[in-house]
Ligand binder design. Structure first.
Ligand SMILES: Nc1nc2c(ncn2[C@@H]2O[C@H](COP(=O)(O)OP(=O)(O)OP(=O)(O)O)[C@@H](O)[C@H]2O)c(=O)[nH]1
Ligand SMILES: [Mg+2]
Length: 322
C-alpha cells in the first residue's frame, strides 16, 4: 500500500451524485465509457446495474456502489486456466504489444515456482526477435531453442519440444511473430505451430495466450476478433496497464473472447507481471471511476473547458503499489 493508500480509502463513493436518479445513471455511463469500456459494454453494465438495484430495492448510493462492484467482478470472473505440467504456452498477439517481454516475465514467474522453464524463439520473421528472447534467456539463465531468421517457426517448435522432452522440462513458452507479410500467413503459421505442438506432445497441457496492450483501448478489440477466427485462445495477458489508469478495456475484450485474463503486465522489468486477481483489478477500476468523477465535477464547477490530464495520478498509484 503506497502513501496514497489512505487517501483512496477515504473515497467512499464512486459517484458525486447522492441520489439514484437519471443524473446519477448518466454520470455513471459517462465514466464507464471514459474508462475504455466502450459504449455497448457500458450500456449493458448500466442496464444490469439498474435491474439489480431495482430488484433489491436499493435506495442509497453506497449500497448501489457495492452492486456495481459485484457486477464488475462477475463480468471478469471465469474459471482459472489451470497450470498443469508439462505445459506448452504459445503466446500470440500483434507486433509491439509485449509478447516477448511477457514471455520473459512468465519464465521468471514459473521459475520462482521452481519449474524448469524453456523458451522457443518462434518469431523467425525478424532476426532481432530471436536476439531479444535470447537476451532474456541469458539473463534468466534458462535454455532457449532457436534457428536462423526466416526458418519455419513450426520446425523451431518441433526442436523445442524434442529438447523439452529430453530435459524433462516443466514449461515451454513459445514466442511467435506479431506480423508476417500478410495476416493470412500469420494465422496459418500460428495454426501450424499449434498442430505441431499437439501432435508432438499430446500428453502435455497446451495453452494459447493472447497478449493485448491495454493502453490502446478499443483498438485491442479489433485484434482479438482477428485472432479469434484462427486460433483457439485460452486466456489473455493484458499489458501496459502502467500506461493507462483505466483498464476498462478488459470488459469488451473478455466479453468477446469469453476467456479469463491470466496475467497483467505493468512495466518493462521482469517482475512487472501479476497473476490476475479480479477483485484487485475491479477495485482499481472503481478507484479510477471515483477520482475521475470527483475530478470532472471539480473541473465543471471551476469552469475548466478542458479537464487536465489525471493520468499521472493513476500512474503513481500503480507505481506505489496501491
Ligand atoms: N510500460 C510497459 N511497457 C511494456 C510492457 N510490456 C512490454 N512493454 C514494452 O513494449 C515494447 C514492445 O514489447 P515486446 O515484448 O518486444 O513486444 P512484442 O509483442 O514481442 O513485439 P514484436 O516482437 O515486435 O511483435 C518494449 O519496449 C517493452 O519493453 C508493460 O507491461 N508496460
Ligand atoms: Mg517479440
Amino acid at each position: 500500500m503506497g502513501i496514497f493508500g489512505n487517501f483512496f480509502k477515504k473515497i467512499k463513493y464512486v459517484f458525486t451524485k447522492n441520489e439514484l436518479n437519471d443524473d446519477f445513471y448518466d454520470e455513471l455511463e459517462q465514466t464507464l465509457i471514459s474508462s475504455d469500456m466502450g459504449v455497448t459494454t457500458s450500456e449493458e453494465i448500466i442496464e444490469e446495474f439498474k435491474d439489480t438495484v431495482k430488484k433489491r430495492m436499493i435506495k442509497d448510493v453506497e449500497n448501489a456502489q457495492k452492486v456495481l462492484r459485484e457486477i464488475l467482478i462477475e463480468k471478469l470472473h471465469f474459471e482459472e486456466v489451470k497450470f498443469e505440467y508439462p505445459m506448452i504456452i504459445t503466446v500470440v498477439g500483434v507486433n509491439g504489444v509485449g509478447k516477448t517481454t511477457s514471455i520473459a516475465k512468465m519464465a521468471n514467474y514459473f521459475g520462482k515456482q521452481k519449474k524448469n522453464v524453456m523458451l522457443v524463439a518462434g518469431d523467425t520473421f525478424r532476426a532481432a526477435a530471436t536476439e531479444q528472447l535470447d537476451e532474456w534467456a541469458n539473463r534468466l539463465k534458462i535454455k532457449i531453442v532457436k534457428q536462423g531468421e526466416g526458418a519455419d517457426s513450426a520446425s523451431v517448435v518441433f526442436d523445442g519440444i524434442t529438447s523439452m522432452k529430453a530435459k524433462k522440462a516443466d514449461v515451454l513458452i513459445v514466442d511467435t511473430a506479431g506480423r508476417l507479410h500478410t495476416k493470412v500467413n500469420l494465422m496459418k503459421e500460428l495454426e501450424k505451430i499449434n498442430n505441431v505442438a499437439k501432435r508432438e506432445y499430446p500428453e502435455a497441457k497446451h495453452i494459447n495466450l493472447i497478449v493485448l496492450d491495454a493502453s490502446i483501448g478499443q483498438n485491442s478489440l479489433a485484434q482479438v476478433q482477428a485472432f479469434k477466427k484462427s486460433v483457439n485462445i485460452d486466456g489473455i495477458i493484458l499489458t501496459k496497464l502502467d500506461g493507462t489508469a483505466k483498464g476498462g478495456v478488459a470488459y469488451p475484450i473478455v466479453n468477446e473472447l469469453q476467456v479469463p485474463i491470466v496475467f497483467t503486465g505493468f512495466g518493462e522489468t521482469i517482475n512487472d507481471l501479476s497473476k490476475f486477481n479480479v477483485q484487485e483489478f475491479v477495485d482499481k477500476i472503481l478507484m479510477y471511476l471515483s477520482i475521475s468523477n470527483i475530478y470532472m465535477d471539480k473541473c465543471y464547477k471551476f469552469n475548466y473547458e478542458e479537464p487536465l490530464s489525471i493520468e499521472w495520478f493513476f500512474l503513481l498509484s500503480y507505481k506505489l503499489g496501491y
